[in-house]
Design a protein around this ligand. Structure first.
Ligand SMILES: [Zn+2]
Length: 275
């Protein structure tokens, strides 16, 4: 078969699968926090939710969504960001979550081709992506996502040591340990000093999981990127909302994840900063 045709067919399947995963990411972002926390203003949530049941519905009018109105990316455009039944706006988030998932899948294939490395690069981003949205919306980093990331990171370390994605096993284990400790120390100090949780243990577990994927040397970089981004974001938000930076509460998970993504892009983009 013609190689160009084959290439575009493969890309078609990559985009299709990634879009489906993006759609599922929206399900996780909506349901996982409700399953873990329950929701005060809706008695149905805690008992009637799990990941698979009930079928997709509009959060505003509770109307079940037919499959042809639930196609990733396309339905949002077709419906112009409105529910087909109650015409309430659908948050832009749904579209962005799917779009980000598809773009990262394409980037992974661009880096690694259609390989297991590309798949693990995709999985790494996917878990960070879902965790970041949940943390941004609910100030919650679910343990289940951290443990999944850590577990898959260990498997990838054993499978692909020194092969593009993932660290060698010893590096993965020391990276996980360093990732945890490097955030746990300020967490503990702040708790003793101010009696407050400035960071969450979820942040420590997240950086540990990232350390397991990227190795020990990457951990300080990821943390530095995260701190700089969080600082810029905090100052901007404080300025725009006329709020004090000192008392501003921002979730750290999305910034740790962004730091890991920057680290990954720097590791795998073969451009030279200094020629
Ligand atoms: Zn509706």
């Amino acid at each position: 078969m013609n190689h160009d045709v084959l290439f575009w067919m493969n890309m078609f399947w990559v985009v299709l699968c990634a879009a489906a995963f993006g759609s599922f990411a929206n399900v996780l972002i909506y349901r996982l926090p409700r399953m873990l926390l329950g929701e005060e203003n809706s008695s149905r949530d805690k008992n009637t939710f799990n990941i698979a049941v009930p079928a997709s519905f509009c959060p505003q009018c509770q109307h079940a969504i037919q499959w042809w109105l639930n196609i990733p990316l396309l339905s949002f455009i077709y419906l112009r960001g409105q529910c087909a039944y109650c015409h309430q706006p659908i948050p832009m988030r749904y579209f962005l979550v799917e779009l980000g998932t598809v773009l990262w899948a394409l980037l992974s294939v661009f880096w690694f081709g259609l390989t297991w490395q590309a798949l693990s690069s995709f999985v790494f981003f996917y878990v960070l992506w879902v965790a970041s949205w949940i943390d941004a919306l609910y100030f919650l980093l679910p343990d289940v996502l951290n443990y999944v990331l850590l577990g898959i990171g260990l498997v990838v370390a054993m499978a692909f040591a020194h092969n593009g994605v993932g660290a060698a096993l010893v590096d993965a284990l020391s990276g996980a340990a360093l990732g945890y400790v490097i955030l746990w120390i300020p967490y503990f100090a702040y708790l003793k000093w101010r009696g407050l949780e400035g960071l969450g243990l979820g942040d420590c577990k997240l950086l540990a999981s990232i350390g397991c994927w990227q190795g020990m040397v990457a951990v300080p970089n990821v943390l530095l990127f995260a701190c700089v981004l969080a600082l810029i974001f905090g100052v901007l938000v404080a300025f725009l909302r006329h709020h004090s930076v000192r008392t501003l509460k921002i979730p750290f998970g999305p910034f740790i994840s962004a730091g890991a993504v920057i680290q990954m892009v720097l590791m795998h983009s073969h451009f030279k900063l200094f020629v």
